[in-house]
Design a protein around this ligand. Structure first.
Ligand code: PMV
Length: 327
Protein backbone atom coordinates (compact mmCIF):
# COMPACT_ATOMS: atom_id res chain seq x y z
CA UNK A 1 0.00 0.00 0.00
CA UNK A 2 2.35 2.76 -1.21
CA UNK A 3 5.16 1.98 1.24
CA UNK A 4 7.68 2.35 -1.62
CA UNK A 5 9.68 5.53 -2.37
CA UNK A 6 8.64 8.23 -4.86
CA UNK A 7 10.79 7.42 -7.93
CA UNK A 8 12.95 9.78 -9.94
CA UNK A 9 11.35 11.01 -13.21
CA UNK A 10 11.62 13.82 -15.74
CA UNK A 11 9.28 16.76 -16.29
CA UNK A 12 6.61 16.97 -17.55
CA UNK A 13 4.90 14.65 -15.09
CA UNK A 14 1.72 14.18 -13.10
CA UNK A 15 1.23 12.96 -9.56
CA UNK A 16 -1.86 12.37 -7.47
CA UNK A 17 -2.73 11.92 -3.83
CA UNK A 18 -5.99 10.95 -2.10
CA UNK A 19 -8.32 12.82 0.23
CA UNK A 20 -8.89 11.34 3.67
CA UNK A 21 -11.40 11.03 6.44
CA UNK A 22 -10.89 10.65 10.16
CA UNK A 23 -12.74 7.78 11.84
CA UNK A 24 -11.57 8.49 15.39
CA UNK A 25 -9.58 11.09 17.26
CA UNK A 26 -9.61 14.43 15.38
CA UNK A 27 -8.69 17.37 17.63
CA UNK A 28 -7.51 15.08 20.44
CA UNK A 29 -4.62 14.05 18.12
CA UNK A 30 -3.30 17.63 18.30
CA UNK A 31 -2.94 17.07 22.08
CA UNK A 32 -1.31 13.64 21.79
CA UNK A 33 -4.44 11.45 21.49
CA UNK A 34 -4.73 8.44 19.14
CA UNK A 35 -6.29 8.89 15.71
CA UNK A 36 -7.47 6.61 12.84
CA UNK A 37 -7.57 7.91 9.27
CA UNK A 38 -8.58 6.39 5.93
CA UNK A 39 -7.34 7.45 2.50
CA UNK A 40 -10.36 7.83 0.19
CA UNK A 41 -10.85 7.07 -3.48
CA UNK A 42 -11.18 10.81 -4.20
CA UNK A 43 -7.96 12.22 -5.63
CA UNK A 44 -6.19 15.50 -6.27
CA UNK A 45 -4.01 15.37 -9.38
CA UNK A 46 -1.22 17.80 -10.17
CA UNK A 47 0.50 18.25 -13.55
CA UNK A 48 3.92 19.94 -13.64
CA UNK A 49 5.77 21.14 -16.76
CA UNK A 50 8.60 23.60 -17.38
CA UNK A 51 7.01 26.91 -18.41
CA UNK A 52 7.97 30.47 -19.28
CA UNK A 53 6.84 31.65 -15.80
CA UNK A 54 5.69 29.96 -12.62
CA UNK A 55 1.90 29.62 -12.64
CA UNK A 56 -0.75 27.73 -10.69
CA UNK A 57 -3.77 26.89 -12.89
CA UNK A 58 -2.72 29.68 -15.28
CA UNK A 59 -2.43 32.20 -12.41
CA UNK A 60 0.94 33.99 -12.27
CA UNK A 61 -0.01 35.21 -8.77
CA UNK A 62 -0.43 31.61 -7.54
CA UNK A 63 2.42 31.89 -5.05
CA UNK A 64 0.86 34.94 -3.44
CA UNK A 65 -2.69 33.59 -3.29
CA UNK A 66 -1.89 30.02 -2.20
CA UNK A 67 0.43 29.65 0.83
CA UNK A 68 0.66 25.87 0.34
CA UNK A 69 1.94 26.36 -3.21
CA UNK A 70 4.39 29.03 -2.08
CA UNK A 71 5.81 26.89 0.72
CA UNK A 72 5.99 23.77 -1.46
CA UNK A 73 8.06 25.65 -4.05
CA UNK A 74 10.33 26.97 -1.29
CA UNK A 75 10.85 23.49 0.05
CA UNK A 76 11.18 21.49 -3.18
CA UNK A 77 12.00 23.88 -5.99
CA UNK A 78 14.43 26.63 -4.91
CA UNK A 79 16.53 28.13 -7.73
CA UNK A 80 14.98 25.80 -10.30
CA UNK A 81 13.36 26.72 -13.64
CA UNK A 82 9.87 28.26 -13.75
CA UNK A 83 7.07 25.67 -13.79
CA UNK A 84 3.50 25.56 -14.94
CA UNK A 85 1.37 23.67 -12.41
CA UNK A 86 -2.20 22.53 -13.07
CA UNK A 87 -4.47 20.98 -10.47
CA UNK A 88 -7.69 19.01 -10.77
CA UNK A 89 -9.37 17.64 -7.66
CA UNK A 90 -12.33 15.51 -6.67
CA UNK A 91 -11.72 16.38 -3.01
CA UNK A 92 -14.08 19.21 -2.00
CA UNK A 93 -12.23 22.15 -0.40
CA UNK A 94 -12.73 23.27 3.22
CA UNK A 95 -14.81 20.12 3.76
CA UNK A 96 -12.64 18.28 6.29
CA UNK A 97 -11.63 15.74 3.63
CA UNK A 98 -7.96 16.65 3.40
CA UNK A 99 -7.92 18.74 0.20
CA UNK A 100 -4.91 20.84 1.23
CA UNK A 101 -2.90 17.80 2.36
CA UNK A 102 -3.72 15.99 -0.91
CA UNK A 103 -2.59 19.03 -2.91
CA UNK A 104 0.65 19.40 -0.94
CA UNK A 105 1.37 15.66 -1.17
CA UNK A 106 0.68 15.43 -4.92
CA UNK A 107 2.73 18.55 -5.68
CA UNK A 108 5.48 17.44 -3.29
CA UNK A 109 5.60 13.99 -4.91
CA UNK A 110 5.83 15.55 -8.39
CA UNK A 111 8.58 18.02 -7.45
CA UNK A 112 10.50 15.46 -5.37
CA UNK A 113 10.34 13.05 -8.29
CA UNK A 114 11.70 15.68 -10.69
CA UNK A 115 14.51 16.30 -8.15
CA UNK A 116 15.72 12.68 -8.05
CA UNK A 117 13.05 10.93 -5.96
CA UNK A 118 12.37 10.81 -2.22
CA UNK A 119 11.52 8.28 0.45
CA UNK A 120 7.95 8.32 1.75
CA UNK A 121 8.96 9.21 5.35
CA UNK A 122 10.91 12.23 4.02
CA UNK A 123 7.97 13.31 1.89
CA UNK A 124 5.64 12.93 4.90
CA UNK A 125 7.87 15.17 7.03
CA UNK A 126 8.22 17.78 4.27
CA UNK A 127 4.46 17.84 3.54
CA UNK A 128 3.67 18.24 7.23
CA UNK A 129 6.19 21.10 7.54
CA UNK A 130 4.45 22.85 4.61
CA UNK A 131 0.92 22.31 6.01
CA UNK A 132 1.87 23.28 9.51
CA UNK A 133 3.72 26.34 8.24
CA UNK A 134 0.71 27.46 6.17
CA UNK A 135 -1.89 26.66 8.88
CA UNK A 136 0.11 27.49 11.99
CA UNK A 137 -1.42 24.60 13.99
CA UNK A 138 -2.29 20.94 13.63
CA UNK A 139 -1.05 17.37 13.59
CA UNK A 140 0.53 15.34 10.75
CA UNK A 141 -2.53 13.05 10.46
CA UNK A 142 -3.84 14.42 7.14
CA UNK A 143 -0.47 14.50 5.36
CA UNK A 144 0.42 11.02 6.68
CA UNK A 145 -2.85 9.49 5.44
CA UNK A 146 -2.62 11.00 1.96
CA UNK A 147 1.04 9.99 1.52
CA UNK A 148 0.74 6.49 3.00
CA UNK A 149 -2.68 5.68 1.52
CA UNK A 150 -4.74 2.87 3.05
CA UNK A 151 -5.56 3.07 6.75
CA UNK A 152 -3.19 4.68 9.24
CA UNK A 153 -3.08 5.49 12.93
CA UNK A 154 -1.28 8.33 14.70
CA UNK A 155 -0.27 8.20 18.40
CA UNK A 156 -1.64 4.65 18.74
CA UNK A 157 0.08 1.37 19.64
CA UNK A 158 -1.99 -0.39 16.99
CA UNK A 159 -0.39 -1.20 13.61
CA UNK A 160 3.10 -1.50 12.20
CA UNK A 161 5.32 1.58 12.29
CA UNK A 162 5.65 3.51 9.01
CA UNK A 163 7.48 6.61 10.20
CA UNK A 164 7.82 9.33 12.80
CA UNK A 165 7.04 13.02 12.17
CA UNK A 166 8.69 15.75 14.24
CA UNK A 167 7.93 19.39 14.92
CA UNK A 168 9.89 21.34 17.53
CA UNK A 169 9.52 19.29 20.74
CA UNK A 170 6.61 17.23 19.40
CA UNK A 171 6.75 13.83 17.74
CA UNK A 172 4.04 11.63 16.20
CA UNK A 173 4.30 7.96 15.22
CA UNK A 174 2.39 6.91 12.10
CA UNK A 175 1.42 3.25 11.73
CA UNK A 176 -0.31 1.13 9.10
CA UNK A 177 -3.37 -0.91 10.04
CA UNK A 178 -5.05 -3.40 7.66
CA UNK A 179 -7.92 -2.19 5.50
CA UNK A 180 -11.17 -4.09 6.20
CA UNK A 181 -12.45 -2.90 2.82
CA UNK A 182 -15.78 -1.50 3.99
CA UNK A 183 -17.93 1.02 2.14
CA UNK A 184 -18.38 4.33 3.97
CA UNK A 185 -20.39 7.43 3.10
CA UNK A 186 -19.17 10.99 3.51
CA UNK A 187 -21.61 13.89 3.37
CA UNK A 188 -20.35 17.43 2.87
CA UNK A 189 -22.66 19.95 4.52
CA UNK A 190 -21.60 22.76 2.17
CA UNK A 191 -20.59 24.84 5.19
CA UNK A 192 -16.91 25.76 4.80
CA UNK A 193 -14.87 25.92 7.96
CA UNK A 194 -11.39 26.85 9.02
CA UNK A 195 -9.23 24.14 10.61
CA UNK A 196 -6.98 26.56 12.52
CA UNK A 197 -9.94 28.43 14.09
CA UNK A 198 -11.55 25.15 15.24
CA UNK A 199 -8.24 23.74 16.55
CA UNK A 200 -7.58 26.89 18.60
CA UNK A 201 -11.15 26.89 20.02
CA UNK A 202 -10.83 23.24 21.11
CA UNK A 203 -7.41 24.04 22.63
CA UNK A 204 -9.05 26.73 24.80
CA UNK A 205 -11.81 24.30 25.82
CA UNK A 206 -9.27 21.61 26.76
CA UNK A 207 -7.33 24.13 28.86
CA UNK A 208 -10.26 24.24 31.31
CA UNK A 209 -10.06 22.18 34.54
CA UNK A 210 -11.91 19.18 33.06
CA UNK A 211 -9.66 19.20 29.95
CA UNK A 212 -7.42 16.27 31.00
CA UNK A 213 -10.40 14.03 31.81
CA UNK A 214 -12.04 14.94 28.49
CA UNK A 215 -8.82 14.09 26.65
CA UNK A 216 -8.62 10.77 28.48
CA UNK A 217 -12.16 9.98 27.27
CA UNK A 218 -11.20 10.87 23.68
CA UNK A 219 -8.20 8.53 23.96
CA UNK A 220 -10.23 5.66 25.41
CA UNK A 221 -12.90 5.94 22.68
CA UNK A 222 -10.29 6.10 19.91
CA UNK A 223 -8.17 3.21 21.23
CA UNK A 224 -11.14 0.87 21.64
CA UNK A 225 -12.49 2.01 18.24
CA UNK A 226 -9.16 1.32 16.53
CA UNK A 227 -9.04 -2.12 18.16
CA UNK A 228 -12.56 -2.87 16.84
CA UNK A 229 -11.49 -1.68 13.37
CA UNK A 230 -8.44 -3.97 13.38
CA UNK A 231 -10.69 -6.83 14.54
CA UNK A 232 -13.07 -6.06 11.63
CA UNK A 233 -15.99 -5.55 14.02
CA UNK A 234 -18.20 -2.93 12.30
CA UNK A 235 -20.87 -2.81 15.04
CA UNK A 236 -18.28 -1.80 17.66
CA UNK A 237 -16.66 0.69 15.25
CA UNK A 238 -20.09 2.27 14.69
CA UNK A 239 -20.77 2.45 18.44
CA UNK A 240 -17.36 4.07 18.93
CA UNK A 241 -18.12 6.68 16.26
CA UNK A 242 -21.31 7.64 18.11
CA UNK A 243 -19.36 8.05 21.38
CA UNK A 244 -16.65 10.06 19.58
CA UNK A 245 -19.36 12.39 18.19
CA UNK A 246 -20.67 12.98 21.75
CA UNK A 247 -17.20 14.15 22.78
CA UNK A 248 -16.81 16.37 19.69
CA UNK A 249 -20.19 17.93 20.54
CA UNK A 250 -18.96 18.49 24.09
CA UNK A 251 -15.86 20.39 22.92
CA UNK A 252 -18.06 22.58 20.72
CA UNK A 253 -17.18 21.60 17.12
CA UNK A 254 -20.48 20.16 15.98
CA UNK A 255 -22.97 22.30 14.06
CA UNK A 256 -26.78 22.18 13.66
CA UNK A 257 -26.39 21.22 9.97
CA UNK A 258 -24.05 18.37 10.88
CA UNK A 259 -26.47 17.17 13.57
CA UNK A 260 -29.27 17.21 10.99
CA UNK A 261 -27.18 15.07 8.63
CA UNK A 262 -26.30 12.62 11.41
CA UNK A 263 -29.98 12.34 12.35
CA UNK A 264 -30.92 11.69 8.70
CA UNK A 265 -28.39 8.82 8.42
CA UNK A 266 -29.00 7.32 11.85
CA UNK A 267 -31.79 4.79 11.02
CA UNK A 268 -29.61 3.04 8.39
CA UNK A 269 -26.18 3.52 9.99
CA UNK A 270 -24.06 1.49 12.39
CA UNK A 271 -22.43 4.77 13.43
CA UNK A 272 -21.84 8.31 12.25
CA UNK A 273 -19.91 11.39 13.31
CA UNK A 274 -18.42 14.58 11.97
CA UNK A 275 -15.03 14.08 10.35
CA UNK A 276 -12.18 16.58 10.36
CA UNK A 277 -12.15 19.89 12.18
CA UNK A 278 -15.97 20.21 12.37
CA UNK A 279 -17.89 23.48 12.86
CA UNK A 280 -19.18 22.76 9.33
CA UNK A 281 -17.43 20.46 6.89
CA UNK A 282 -18.45 16.81 6.57
CA UNK A 283 -19.93 13.80 8.31
CA UNK A 284 -18.71 10.22 8.01
CA UNK A 285 -21.20 7.36 8.13
CA UNK A 286 -20.60 3.63 8.46
CA UNK A 287 -23.76 2.25 6.79
CA UNK A 288 -25.58 -0.86 7.91
CA UNK A 289 -24.65 -3.64 5.47
CA UNK A 290 -26.62 -3.27 2.23
CA UNK A 291 -27.90 0.22 3.16
CA UNK A 292 -25.01 2.20 1.60
CA UNK A 293 -27.08 3.83 -1.16
CA UNK A 294 -29.88 4.60 1.26
CA UNK A 295 -27.40 6.54 3.39
CA UNK A 296 -26.32 8.47 0.27
CA UNK A 297 -29.98 9.25 -0.56
CA UNK A 298 -30.84 10.30 2.98
CA UNK A 299 -27.82 12.61 3.24
CA UNK A 300 -28.58 14.11 -0.18
CA UNK A 301 -32.23 14.69 0.80
CA UNK A 302 -30.98 16.42 3.95
CA UNK A 303 -28.92 18.79 1.76
CA UNK A 304 -25.43 17.22 1.68
CA UNK A 305 -23.15 16.41 -1.22
CA UNK A 306 -22.88 12.69 -0.44
CA UNK A 307 -20.32 10.20 -1.70
CA UNK A 308 -20.04 6.46 -1.17
CA UNK A 309 -16.31 5.89 -0.68
CA UNK A 310 -13.97 3.01 -0.11
CA UNK A 311 -10.99 3.18 2.17
CA UNK A 312 -7.63 1.72 1.30
CA UNK A 313 -6.75 3.84 -1.75
CA UNK A 314 -3.06 3.98 -2.65
CA UNK A 315 -1.17 7.02 -1.38
CA UNK A 316 0.74 9.79 -3.19
CA UNK A 317 2.34 8.61 -6.42
CA UNK A 318 3.23 9.48 -9.99
CA UNK A 319 0.46 9.09 -12.56
CA UNK A 320 2.37 9.31 -15.81
CA UNK A 321 6.01 10.11 -16.29
CA UNK A 322 9.22 8.96 -17.83
CA UNK A 323 10.74 7.16 -14.89
CA UNK A 324 14.51 7.38 -14.60
CA UNK A 325 15.84 3.90 -13.84
CA UNK A 326 17.94 3.77 -10.69
CA UNK A 327 21.48 2.38 -10.76
O1 PMV B 1 -8.38 20.00 8.32
P1 PMV B 1 -9.32 18.90 8.74
O2 PMV B 1 -10.75 19.30 8.75
O3 PMV B 1 -9.07 17.63 8.01
O4 PMV B 1 -9.01 18.61 10.30
C1 PMV B 1 -7.88 17.97 10.71
C2 PMV B 1 -8.08 17.31 12.02
C3 PMV B 1 -7.71 18.11 13.27
O5 PMV B 1 -7.43 17.13 14.26
C4 PMV B 1 -8.89 18.97 13.71
C5 PMV B 1 -6.48 18.99 13.08
C6 PMV B 1 -5.19 18.23 12.85
O6 PMV B 1 -4.31 18.82 12.24
O7 PMV B 1 -5.06 17.08 13.27
Amino acid sequence: MSDDAIPSAKLPLSARSPGKCIVFGEHAVVHGGPELLLALDLYTQVGVAVGPETRLNHDVDGRRSNPYFDRALDRFWRDRPAIDVSVVSRVPRSAGLGSSAAFVAALGAALASASGGMSRPELAQAAFDIERGAQGVGSPGDTAATIAGGCVTVNSDMGTILWQVEHAEESWTVRRVPDPNWVWVVGYSGIPRNTATAVLAVGRRLAQPDGPSLLARFAEVAESGIRAFVNEDPESVGAGMIRNQELLREVGVSHPRLEALLAAAEPVALGAKLTGAGAGGSVLVLPRPGREMEVVRRLARAGAAAYAVRSGSPGADLVSATRIPSG
